[in-house]
Design a protein around this ligand. Structure first.
Ligand SMILES: Cc1ncc(COP(=O)(O)O)c(C=O)c1O
Length: 346
């Protein structure tokens, strides 16, 4: 069976890792700083603060916003990862769950508005599946926005990279994300004060005072691998787009297809009652396909998230898929999807 996800780490990444292992500068070294500078250049921001993973980037991002213990953080009620909810708890915040939009699996501004209170400290907004959330709508509330770009590095909103529009952006370089540093993450911001707090809180090493800090630093080894992947990012993004296009061409009409500007995975909005039979047919044909979202809280109050949760499937678009594998999946997809399985419009 073709796996649901697989990293694309090639000879250049191997050589970079070997070079660092032989250098002995494993924890910190020149690559650590270079990766932060290059990520900042790519985003057109000051150098970012790299972290051990996407979760630590979210946690540090919330601390850098100055979130007070007990402050409320509004976030979507569904995700493919509980990191967003758990980072709020780690930062001492109280998660307040909002519904997602009918158009994208991202925060719905009207639902967010209903969640606002005098205790709101931040809005945590993932750009799920490479689909960009409606940032204009979310920014207008005047509450600090933390963009979670774990599934969307390289996506643009009004010509600006995601992760640079809110007060803070958090990135993940997990092995199966768009850009892998074997593991890793980053906090980005245009605000030097925010970056200074994230940098200070990231690591206790070498400081002796009474302040509470963490150990979320990225190793030099990860930074060296991340540098190679960052240089390859245009190629990696293009390959994902091409794979998504190949699947789309295999389907009779464009209805029901959900692809972000970064094609993290290829999404299909299905009609109620058709989802499980289609998933069964695809899995029977050995096509790597899955349901994407789960609820981070009780589901009753969230009708739009319910639809995304119940009637949505995704297929992999990772660049390590060979042309033959992509064609193989596309052909079986075309055979499995029956008339009326997909929503005509979303
Ligand atoms: C939307 C989202 N946010 C955050 C994370 C956390 O990233 P990491 O696994 O690097 O901690 C993930 C990981 O799957 C994710 O999908």
């Amino acid at each position: 069976m073709i796996p649901q996800a697989r990293p694309l780490l090639g000879p250049a990444e191997e050589q970079a890792a070997l070079r660092i292992m032989q250098s002995g500068m494993l924890a910190v070294g020149p690559e650590s700083e270079e990766f932060e500078n290059r990520l900042g250049q790519w985003l057109a921001t000051p150098p970012v603060v790299t972290t051990s993973n996407g979760f630590s980037a979210l946690h540090l991002g919330l601390l850098a916003l100055g979130l007070k213990p007990g402050a409320e953080v509004i976030l979507p009620c569904i995700s493919s990862c509980s990191a967003i909810r758990d980072a709020v708890a780690a930062a001492g915040g109280v998660p307040v769950f909002a519904d997602v939009s009918s158009q994208t699996p991202n925060l719905d501004a009207a639902s967010v508005e209903r969640c606002l209170s005098p205790r709101t400290g931040a809005i945590l907004c993932p750009h799920h599946l490479g689909c960009v959330a409606d940032l204009d709508e979310l920014l207008q509330f005047g509450v600090p926005v933390l963009e979670d770009c774990a599934q969307s590095p390289g996506a643009l909103y009004r010509d600006q990279p995601v992760g640079t529009l809110g007060r803070v952006g958090a990135f993940s370089f997990y092995p199966t994300k768009v850009m892998a540093a074997i593991d890793g993450g980053a906090v980005a911001s245009r605000d030097p004060a925010v970056l200074a707090v994230a940098r200070d809180k990231r690591y206790y090493g070498g400081i002796q005072d009474d302040q509470y800090r963490l150990n979320y630093k990225l190793s030099n080894l990860n930074a060296a691998v991340g540098l190679v992947q960052l240089a390859r990012l245009p190629e990696l993004l293009e390959r994902r787009r091409a794979i998504g296009q190949r699947y789309a061409q295999a389907l009779p009409a464009m209805g029901g297809i959900v692809q972000g500007s970064v094609v993290f995975r290829f999404g299909l909005r299905t009609r109620p009652g058709r989802t499980q039979p289609l998933l069964d047919r695809l899995l029977q044909a050995q096509v790597p396909c899955r349901r994407e979202w789960y609820f981070l809280c009780p589901a009753e109050a969230f009708p739009q998230a319910r639809q995304w949760h119940d009637d949505f499937l995704t297929l992999p678009t990772y660049p390590a898929l060979s042309d033959e594998q992509v064609d193989w999946i596309a052909e079986r997809l075309a055979r499995a999807v029956q008339p009326g399985d997909l929503l005509e419009s979303i």
